[in-house]
Design a protein around this ligand. Structure first.
Ligand code: GAR
Length: 189
């Protein structure tokens, strides 16, 4: 069986992208990394790994989200992409794009969904005095940070944990979780 062709969409640092690149790519192959932010650090990671790295800046499209996404879609189709993995892609996608990639796009989110969709997840877990926190990989659907859960990793919140400490601790779990979930997902789609 041929490997699934994966595009990873990023907006910044790309540490999850690095984990996906470093994993044993038995059933998937990352063939494209695309950032919506010029100069995103993750683009360098892609180049260092010999993977095509593209920037599609969303700014010139202004409020026309769909025009940006149509361009994005064309780039993906031209490269025969099978699966999109969102990895710190900080842009909400419209129903148009989500429908185009229904069942073929996954995301990693830094909370134990369904708790804390959206932003400030570490702050909110602390404010709620939660005992546990973690991260989730899920299939992308029109509702933000919803969709079938493919896996979760959890940790115990320690006294003295700050949002920054939690972010670092959760990120380590993300790097274990995402390659595992992408591998499983790529084996079944
Ligand atoms: C990660 O913590 C990821 O879960 C989060 O952004 C960070 C990206 O880090 N994603 C979201 O909040 C999406 N809603 P990275 O660029 O180093 O992978």
């Amino acid at each position: 069986m041929s490997k699934k062709r994966v595009a990873v969409l990023i907006s910044g640092r790309g540490s999850n992208l690095q984990a996906l690149l470093d994993a044993k790519q038995d059933v998937y192959e990352i063939v494209l990394v695309l950032a919506n932010v010029p100069g995103a650090l993750g683009l360098e990671r892609a180049r260092a790994a010999g993977v095509e790295a593209l920037t599609l800046d969303h700014k010139p499209y202004g409020k026309n989200r769909e025009a940006f996404e149509r361009e994005l879609n064309a780039l993906l189709i031209a490269r025969n992409i099978d699966i999109i993995a969102l990895a710190g892609f900080m842009r909400v996608l419209t129903p148009y794009f989500v429908r185009e990639w229904a069942g073929r796009m996954i995301n990693i989110h830094p909370s134990l969904l369904p708790k804390y969709p959206g932003t400030r997840t570490h702050e909110r877990a602390l404010e709620a005095n939660d005992a546990e926190h973690g991260c989730t990989v899920h299939v992308v659907v029109e509702e933000v940070d919803a969709g079938e859960m493919l896996g979760q990793e959890r940790l115990r919140i320690n006294p003295g944990d700050t949002p920054e400490i939690l972010a670092t601790r959760v990120l380590e779990l993300e790097h274990q979780l995402y390659p595992r979930c992408l591998t499983e997902f790529a084996s079944r789609v």
